[in-house]
Write a protein that binds this ligand. Structure first.
Ligand code: DC
Length: 232
């Protein structure tokens, strides 16, 4: 019997509520939580520190040593890059944008795939990102695709950035978000899309509690159906 604990994959675009929902679901299930977007953001910071830009000629070769040596860790809400706390800088809008650009590169995706698969190898994890259910763990036991109306997502992201003290207008956030969606959905490698077997949840008019409740209901229904099947 396979006794490995399950993997829960949550994918979706910016501002759909993935991080808050994934963290809450992980807490309720007693699972660990991995924000793969934060990993791509850490790569963007590491590349910038090494003086490498996403449009540089030979960018993948230049990134080779950066990616080989990279150490990304999570300590509660903190994100550590090569043993330095980078929590304050990873959340900045320009780093999200830079992360999206670097994430289109094969060398970056291959290294992240390696680290993310290692992190989920024992199961018992809620992992969120853009390609978890399609490319990182296509056999994940539970898959969700969280989405919401674009204006709602921009508004949420704007409120979040405002709380962090960023000086940006809601219109600028909306424009950046549309551009990032376009890039993340349109790239050649592991583009953002719903896995065929993922349950789609539209969070436009849902609270985080309602999203987590819907996810838990789906997980419990499947677990109970499997138990019934075993008993029969
Ligand atoms: O979730 P986020 O906004 O912090 O992610 C930043 C960028 O990283 C996102 O625009 C695309 C990239 N990303 C990715 O390509 N694959 C993932 N699994 C997670 C993020």
């Amino acid at each position: 019997m396979n006794s490995k604990r399950p993997i829960v994959a949550i994918d979706g675009p910016v501002g759909a509520g993935k991080s808050v929902a994934a963290r809450a679901l992980a807490r309720e299930l007693g699972f660990s939580y991995l924000n793969t977007g934060a990993m791509y953001r850490a790569v963007a910071l590491a590349a910038r520190a090494a003086g490498v830009g996403p449009d540089d000629a030979n960018v993948e070769a230049l990134l080779g040593p950066v990616l080989a040596a990279i150490k990304i860790g999570f300590d509660g809400d903190k994100i550590m890059l090569n043993d330095r706390d980078v929590s304050a800088s990873v959340g900045k809008p320009e780093i999200g944008d830079l992360a999206s650009r670097f994430s289109a590169l094969g060398a970056v995706r291959a290294r992240m795939r390696e680290l993310q698969r290692a992190a989920g190898a024992d199961g018992g994890v809620v992992m969120e990102g853009r390609d978890i259910g399609t490319a990182i763990f296509p056999d994940a036991e539970f898959k969700f695709f969280l989405d919401a109306d674009v204006k709602t997502r921009a508004h949420r992201r704007f409120e979040e950035l405002k709380r962090k003290g960023a000086s940006i207008t809601e219109h600028e956030v909306l424009e950046q978000l549309i551009e990032r969606d376009r890039r993340d959905r349109g790239r050649e490698l592991a583009p953002l899309r719903r896995a065929d077997d993922a349950m789609e949840i539209d969070s436009t008019n849902l609270s985080i509690d309602a999203v987590v409740t819907a996810m838990k209901a789906q997980i419990n229904a499947r677990i109970n159906a499997a138990k019934d099947l075993k008993r029969a």
